[in-house]
Design a protein around this ligand. Structure first.
Ligand SMILES: NC(=O)c1ccc[n+]([C@@H]2O[C@H](COP(=O)([O-])OP(=O)(O)OC[C@H]3O[C@@H](n4cnc5c(N)ncnc54)[C@H](OP(=O)(O)O)[C@@H]3O)[C@@H](O)[C@H]2O)c1
Length: 320
């Protein structure tokens, strides 16, 4: 455990607010849901396995059973390896949730063997960035009607190691490198959050702030592919070497929670955080040309077409 670890000290309540967290049946996402639930929020858990999500929900509710004023947890299936699933999920949420005040793009996959999403994207870019890009775009008309709202994207310090290869984003022609592909996807998270803030400003949209962050080195299931992509025993050896720096999932969720609820950063947008404080991302994470190029490429890859999330009307919930 590191000597210092940032903590969100805000006692802000989320009664009457709705938060949506992706990939939250375990790890940092689950701790984020627990915190929002304790603050009284309605929390939508967007998970690919409803069975695992149900287990997490039951655990959270059991742990909080004696606490006053807890919120409500709703499970909705969302598999980020499929744009169809993301679209169905977004439609489901738009049909049923009158507001979305907090969106946490948390789900992630790290250093998996070479593989593709249903839509032919490299697995890490597709899951960590493109699916979250599409989800955010589809929900934006509702988020615009739910201000003050915050959009938090969980990146990683791993974004500093490599760059984005715009000529071959999906490793169709270059040799696959699992660490490089993870880094590319996490740099995409930083650039997306930055460019989203810029585009909201360009469209004179006020009351939606964006944040990207590094959670620290956290003891979660994220290293599940290391033995396959590096060598047998890699996960255990890396865990041993990094032991003095490894934090619990509860501490790992603190910067996400800070960005999502803390009054201290309520006026900040487009910035990058670590240990509950603003910090500087890698120079490439500050490159506006890069950010714009990634945005355009993402619009094209997820087939956003003519849909303009900054001007499109909120379709409203479905009434039966
Ligand atoms: N742990 C760290 O040290 C660390 C450091 C820097 C950044 N991060 C970032 O923190 C975030 C959370 O990771 P974690 O450490 O909590 O890892 P984790 O324990 O492996 O949790 C990842 C979550 O993402 C979900 N997920 C993966 N692929 C998905 C998909 N296709 N559709 C929907 N959900 C999917 C997983 O669901 P399943 O259980 O169904 O697979 C799981 O709930 C990630 O973005 C990661 O890159 C973590």
């Amino acid at each position: 455990m590191p000597l210092f670890s940032g903590r969100c000290l805000s006692t802000a309540k989320l009664v009457g607010k709705t938060a949506l967290v992706t990939g939250c049946n375990t790890g940092i996402g689950k701790e984020t849901v627990l915190d929002f639930y304790k603050r009284g929020a309605k929390v939508i858990m967007a998970c690919r396995s409803l069975e695992r999500a149900e287990e997490a929900k039951t655990d959270i509710e059991t742990r909080c059973k004696d606490l006053p004023d807890t919120g409500k947890i709703v499970l909705v299936k969302c598999d980020l390896t499929s744009l169809k699933s993301v679209r169905e999920f977004a439609q489901n949420v738009l049909d049923t949730e009158p507001q979305i005040n907090i969106l946490v793009n948390n789900a992630g996959v790290m250093m998996c063997p070479k593989s593709e999403t249903e839509d032919g994207f490299e697995m890490q870019l597709g899951t960590n960035h493109l699916a979250h890009f599409l989800l955010t775009m589809l929900l934006l008309p509702r988020i615009r009607n739910s201000t003050p709202a915050r959009i938090v994207t969980v990146s990683s310090k791993a974004h500093t190691r490599y760059g984005i290869n715009f000529d071959d984003l999906n490793y169709k022609s270059r040799n696959y490198n699992a660490a490089e592909a993870y880094s590319q996807s996490k740099l995409a998270n930083v650039l997306f959050s930055r460019e989203l803030a810029a585009k909201l400003k360009e469209h004179n949209i006020e009351g939606i702030n964006t944040y990207s962050l590094h959670p620290g080195v956290i003891k979660t299931e994220l290293g599940r592919h290391l033995n396959e992509t590096l060598f047998w025993g890699a996960r255990q050896i890396i865990g041993f070497v990094l032991a003095p720096f490894i934090k619990s999932p509860e501490l790992g969720a603190q910067t996400t929670i800070y960005c999502a609820v803390d009054e201290k950063c309520a006026k900040e947008t487009g910035l990058y955080y670590s240990d509950c404080a603003v910090t500087s991302p890698a120079p490439k994470g500050l490159n506006d040309e890069y950010a714009k190029k990634l945005w355009e490429k993402s619009v094209e890859l997820v087939k956003l077409g003519d849909f303009n999330p900054f001007t499109a009307a909120d379709p409203g919930v479905k009434t039966v």
